[in-house]
Design a protein around this ligand. Structure first.
Ligand SMILES: NC(=O)c1ccc[n+]([C@@H]2O[C@H](COP(=O)([O-])OP(=O)(O)OC[C@H]3O[C@@H](n4cnc5c(N)ncnc54)[C@H](O)[C@@H]3O)[C@@H](O)[C@H]2O)c1
Length: 387
């Protein structure tokens, strides 16, 4: 297959590596020649490391590199079967690129965007043939993250969707289908992991080290919310939260926290700036968690109840299927269990009463229980009925 990739930044370079590893012929384009040079250098380093670790042979590494052409003209996209755009996250710029692309590629070529937060439908609308446009959302780093969300726009042809999905599957990825709504699956359902942890911190229920300890040691998550936010970067995480909040017409459930905004304003961006929720500077003292099991369990119960509620609501609103929702959270962000499976294990009535208790206490709509969760609990149903 001939694959065109636009934008040779973190994502475009990673996607190019994935496609090249699957023996596709890749044209990687960027408006900045230096971005192409950096991308090529980085790939060479990655390939050397993989050969050293004996993950791939030197011959395979050479093939992968030879499969990628670093191109400085969009015209080279003419022979593409599929073009994936991974440029700057600005709607107007993406629209312009898509409408130009359409004048270059064949009628059969599928056009995809890797956007994290823009409406795929609005990007498709810039094209004369919007039925060939869809979202193909890889996670960072694309070569390592197994999950890919595939998002049909309102205008997308079913055949285009099927073809794109099976192409990405053939690259060894795990694809899930998501509706074109803010945050798709992962960036929507994961919001309470950060948001509720921040609430607990702001209310003084526990400090960052204790919340992280509870979520990893008791909750079984690979990383605590504050450690993870410091990894992602507070500026990035804040921007995603704010975008999702605005895109949901200011639904209070997604409201960003002042703590996060202030840290961003202070330049405490996390690991990359040496300081975030934790201090990464040399000789900085590591805060110790309060390892009180009862407190820890309370923290986990509250955050997990909110995550389950978000997943149940996404199912309720047909954002994705039950299986895709659980797959997305276990494979996309390494949650210890699918949230709907977890709800069954906890018991749906228990989940409902945890949320109702929070709602009763705060009278804030962020704690409203999803109608689906309540209905299923009332009927004594499970998300995964035993057969
Ligand atoms: N970084 C992530 O974690 C992540 C994860 C999933 C999706 N995304 C999405 O992927 C896209 C790219 O993100 P990134 O992190 O790789 O960005 P990046 O800044 O690392 O790279 C973007 C590249 O696009 C190039 N570019 C800008 N305008 C262009 C144009 N008109 N034509 C061609 N090239 C152009 C830039 O020169 C740059 O090299 C965004 O839509 C982002 O939302 C990012």
């Amino acid at each position: 297959m001939n694959i065109g990739i636009i934008g040779a930044g973190a994502m475009g370079s990673g996607i190019a590596q994935v496609a090249a590893t699957a023996n596709c012929n890749v044209n990687l384009y960027d408006t900045r020649p230096e971005a192409l040079a950096i991308s090529q250098e980085k790939l060479a380093k990655i390939m050397n490391r993989l050969v050293e670790k004996e993950r791939i042979t030197a011959e395979k590494a050479a093939d992968i590199q030879a499969n990628i052409n670093y191109v400085e003209s969009l015209e080279t996209m003419a022979q593409s079967d599929l073009v994936i755009e991974a440029i700057v996250e600005k709607l107007e710029v993406k629209k312009e690129v898509f409408s130009t692309l359409e004048t270059i590629v064949s009628d059969q070529c599928i056009l995809a965007t890797n956007t994290s937060s823009l409406p795929v439908t609005a990007i498709a609308a810039a094209c004369k043939h919007p039925e060939r446009v869809l979202g193909i959302h890889f996670f960072n780093p694309a070569p390592l993250m197994k999950l890919v969300e595939v998002i049909p726009a309102i205008q997308t042809d079913q055949a285009v969707f099927d073809q794109a999905k099976s192409t990405i599957d053939s690259w060894g990825k795990l694809t899930v289908e998501a509706k074109d709504t803010p945050g798709f699956i992962v960036n929507r359902v994961a919001r309470p992991f950060y948001g509720e942890a921040l609430r607990l911190l702001e209310e003084g229920v526990a400090d960052v080290a204790t919340i992280d300890w509870a979520m990893t040691k008791i909750g079984g998550f690979r990383m605590g919310p504050f450690t993870l936010m410091d990894y992602i970067g507070n500026d990035i995480n804040y921007a995603v939260t704010e975008t999702v909040f605005k895109a949901f017409y200011y639904d209070s459930r997604y409201r960003p926290a002042f703590t996060q905004k202030r840290l961003t304003e202070a330049g405490y961006l996390g690991r990359k700036s040496g300081r975030g929720y934790y201090d990464y500077r040399e000789n900085a003292e590591k805060p110790m968690p309060n390892q009180d099991e009862t407190l820890g369990q309370k923290i986990v119960d509250r955050i997990v109840a909110m995550l389950i509620n978000e997943a149940a609501d996404a199912l309720h609103l047909n954002i994705a299927s039950r299986d895709d929702l659980d797959l997305a959270m276990t494979k996309g962000v390494n949650y210890p269990k699918g949230l709907l499976q977890w709800a069954d294990e906890i018991g749906l009535s228990t989940c409902v009463s945890r949320l109702d208790d929070l709602f009763e206490e705060y009278h804030e709509s962020r704690y409203r229980c999803s109608p689906m969760l309540r209905r299923m609990a009332k009927w004594g149903r499970k998300f995964y009925p035993e057969t």
